[in-house]
Ligand binder design. Structure first.
Ligand code: SAH
Length: 354
């Protein structure tokens, strides 16, 4: 027990461990999780206080040219009822979100060729013109350097592109052969070069993932040093090849959140909807483990059930206003506050003083 806590002290101080040390902690998580969460929570509080940032998720298309084996909107899923939102519908989501206190919009979707650079530039510019005080985050998969550049110049501030797994062999087991780990990482590097605030991330408990892979995630994240890290449990979707696989575990996800907070102290770290889906109090537990971001759904209620990445996703029947009210109460109950702010990465804080 003492040893594990010593390792956590070391991680807090040095902001990194070896792969072997991370693995020891992950394997012995039951024995040291309380101590980890005490530390990760303290570090988060010192940098971000009791503020929880919210991002309004606008799921604007569920068409996708990719065939990721885990994902419910993969192109081979003939049961998916496909939709696209128009610029006007997206602007309506933004209007609704602004009134509810959102100052970041996350435009997420499948890789849908319909949304050319030209169309996206027009949408981004329109949202920015109306809401210059809001940040736009894109989460639309792999595109060329030139495309990312155009979208950045149009006003996009941030980009979420989970790498899904840091292990190339594991990546191959989750994706069809036309997709490559190399390109995914290249995209992350390009996004960084272009000055986006960049979010990487992975699924916890995806098929074939080992504890060693989880330790590799930590080494990878330290190297990539992203501004945001999105992690959530893998949850099977009935119409995918992984429909019989086991879902990821709450306790492992929470433990990884704690490790990430200590490894990248300033990181923007969401307690994800997937975590809230497998545990009714998952998002609250995520915050207690070191998370500081929530991403409620702002998509029109009519399309929410169609953006099913995994089974039983929560909040697909509620209006955005209901969701935010419910979340505010939940968060207040555990001593945190949802704030009206863009919630940018706090890079200037010198965490060595902590
Ligand atoms: N097309 C975009 C957005 C993908 S959806 C892109 O490529 O980045 C956002 C995230 O949902 C994915 O990165 C993946 O990590 C997660 N996801 C997809 N299917 C999932 C599942 N079955 N369980 C849990 N998370 C899943």
């Amino acid at each position: 027990m003492k040893n594990f806590n010593d390792l956590i002290d070391k991680l807090r101080k040095e902001k990194t461990l070896t792969k072997e040390e991370y693995l020891i902690l992950i394997k012995n998580r039951e024995k040291c999780k309380e101590y980890l969460f005490k530390n990760s929570s303290e570090v988060r509080d010192k940098i971000y206080g009791k503020d929880i940032y919210i991002r309004g998720l606008i799921e604007f298309t569920n068409y996708c040219k990719n065939d990721c084996l885990y994902c419910g909107i993969r192109r081979s899923n003939k049961n998916a009822d496909r939709y696209r939102l128009t610029k006007e519908e997206i602007l309506n989501c933004a209007d609704e979100g602004y009134k509810l206190g959102f100052r970041t919009y996350v435009m997420q979707g499948g890789e849908d060729g319909y949304y050319t650079d030209e169309i996206l530039v027009d949408i981004i510019k329109s949202v920015k013109l109306k809401y210059p005080d809001c940040a736009i985050t894109l989460s639309i998969g792999e595109r060329s350097f030139e495309s990312y550049k155009k979208l950045k110049e149009a006003g996009a501030d941030r980009y979420l592109l989970r790498h899904e797994t840091a292990n190339e062999n594991h990546y191959k087991k989750l994706h069809p052969k036309e997709m490559s780990f190399e390109n995914r990482i290249k995209c992350l590097e390009n996004l960084k070069k272009l000055g986006y605030q960049v979010g990487a991330g992975f699924m916890v408990g995806s098929p074939y993932q080992t504890e060693e892979n989880l330790a590799e995630e930590m080494i990878f994240l330290k190297r990539i040093n992203p501004h945001m890290v999105g992690i959530g449990p893998f949850i099977p979707h009935k119409d995918t090849p992984f429909n019989k696989e086991k879902q990821g575990k709450v306790d492992v996800t929470l433990f990884m959140l704690g490790l990430i907070r200590l490894t990248l102290p300033n990181v923007l770290l969401p307690a994800t909807t997937a975590l809230g889906t497998i545990d009714n109090l998952g998002r609250e537990k995520g915050i207690k483990a070191g998370a500081n971001v929530l991403m409620p759904n702002l998509s029109p209620v009519g399309v929410r059930k169609k953006y099913m990445l995994y089974d039983n996703k929560i909040c697909t029947g509620d209006e955005a206003a209901q969701c935010i009210e419910c979340l505010k109460q939940r968060i207040n109950k555990i001593g945190y506050n949802i704030v009206v702010a863009r919630g940018d990465y706090k890079g200037e804080i010198n965490y060595d003083k902590i």
